[in-house]
Design a protein around this ligand. Structure first.
Ligand code: NAD
Ligand code: WQD
Length: 342
């Protein structure tokens, strides 16, 4: 019988791509999502790509009674990948209690149910945001965690701590925290991708929406940073590469290969790319000229960060393989697909 994996937030951006990779790898996938930041159409996309429509339950994971009832109904789950969370940094400053409640309580409800139902393995979606501005680049997993710059970032730090405390109390529990750098792009079929509500806060969705004419122009937030071209540097990771890291992490725990009950890995490409390099590459691979202007720095932006991926490469046995060119092409294909669908 296929092993069953619960994907929370599985109709969201990274969760949907991970559901596809899990199904392709022979797992039985059940998705829980409250659709607060995604839609049911995503299930059709997953089915078109894989030929399989995953089981789906719509409820809020902060609801303890509903979460308990879910685990009574689905009693053969082997592992959990926990994506469900609120993720907008700016919104978290405006609504801190919403972020703390949603991101912390949903994890607590899962951990309690793992203990109650004998589920041993969980992969947690963490973020490079925990490093703040690292002193040494590329940043390794043992770099100091810095005081979070937003309630959102703080929820990721606290969730990692909650999981670290939980492995002490529950000796059967195994945790892999994946610290994602900047996920971009879409499935190469363009059947699933990122669907930001309203005005995108992130660079690549803003670029594709500008290119398609939904936004007048892209603002480049600062060209006076201490970087070769003056714009900020990030590590942009293809979402399918990122999704595949989750499959590797799940297999590692199910096969008992993890060396510690709590492991953490950077999931990035290892390459630092500037905002201008993203713009130039997008224009080169799509042939679309982008309307952009340089404006002042965005409050709270880190100057430069990129991952040391040697632990993920050597210990996890995972490496990003997709190029920036193909990743930006996939983002552009997805933007055209969703706008033409409407
Ligand atoms: P997303 O918003 O597309 O997906 C999250 C999904 O979780 C959504 O479908 C939403 O409806 C659902 N959800 C939220 N709260 C829920 C709740 N209480 N109960 C049930 N469902 C709920 O976000 P994403 O980009 O796919 O991010 C997935 C995870 O990765 C998040 O934990 C996020 O913090 C983390 N992460 C994302 C990025 C990024 O840049 N996208 C970077 C680092 C880490
Ligand atoms: C990338 C670069 C901007 C928009 C955020 C979260 C982080 C993590 C990933 C979840 C920066 C510049 C952007 C625009 C621009 N998420 N930019 N014009 O800020 O690195 O990280 O997403 O954990 O926690 O903070 O990503 O895509 O917003 O920005 O010039 O319109 O693009 O200044 O240098 P960021 P981003």
């Amino acid at each position: 019988m296929k092993k069953q994996v619960l994907v929370t937030g599985g109709t969201g951006y990274i969760g949907s791509h991970t559901a596809v990779e899990l199904i392709n790898e022979g797992f039985d996938v059940v998705i829980v999502d409250n659709l607060s930041n995604s839609s049911l159409d995503v299930l059709d996309g997953i089915e078109k790509i894989t030929g399989v429509k995953p089981d789906f339950e719509q409820f809020d994971l902060t609801d303890k009674l509903k979460t308990d009832a879910f685990f009574k109904k689905y009693n053969r789950i082997e592992a959990i990948i926990h994506f469900a969370a609120s993720k907008a940094v700016g919104e978290s400053v405006e609504k801190p209690t919403l972020y703390y409640r949603n991101n912390l309580v949903s994890l607590l409800n899962l951990i309690d149910n793992m203990a109650a139902n004998g589920i041993k393995h969980i992969v947690f979606s963490s973020s490079c945001t925990v490093y703040g501005q690292p002193e040494i680049l590329p940043v390794t997993e043992d770099a100091p965690i810095q005081k979070a710059m937003s309630p959102y970032g703080n929820t990721k730090q606290i969730c990692e701590e909650i999981l670290q405390d939980s492995i002490v109390a529950n000796k059967a529990l195994n945790v892999i925290a994946l610290r994602y750098f900047n996920p971009i792009g879409a499935h190469p079929t363009a059947l699933i991708g990122e669907l930001p509500l309203g005005v995108p806060a992130n660079l690549v969705p803003f670029i594709t929406q500008t290119a398609i004419g939904l936004r007048k122009e892209l603002s480049v937030f600062g060209n006076d940073y201490n970087t070769p071209d003056g714009s900020c540097i990030r590590d942009y990771i293809n979402v399918v590469d990122l999704a595949q890291a989750h499959v590797v992490a799940i297999n590692r725990m199910i096969k008992g290969l993890n060396q510690d009950a709590f492991e953490v890995f950077n999931i990035g490409t290892g390459n630092g790319i500037s905002v201008f390099e993203i713009i130039n590459t997008f224009e080169k691979v799509t042939g679309v000229k982008l309307n952009y202007k340089v404006v002042g720095r965005r409050a709270g932006d880190i100057e430069k960060v990129w991952a040391d991926t040697s632990k993920a490469n050597n210990v996890l046995g995972w490496k990003a393989t997709r190029t920036l060119d193909e990743t930006l092409v996939s983002a552009w294909k997805w933007e055209q697909y969703i706008r033409n669908k409407k």
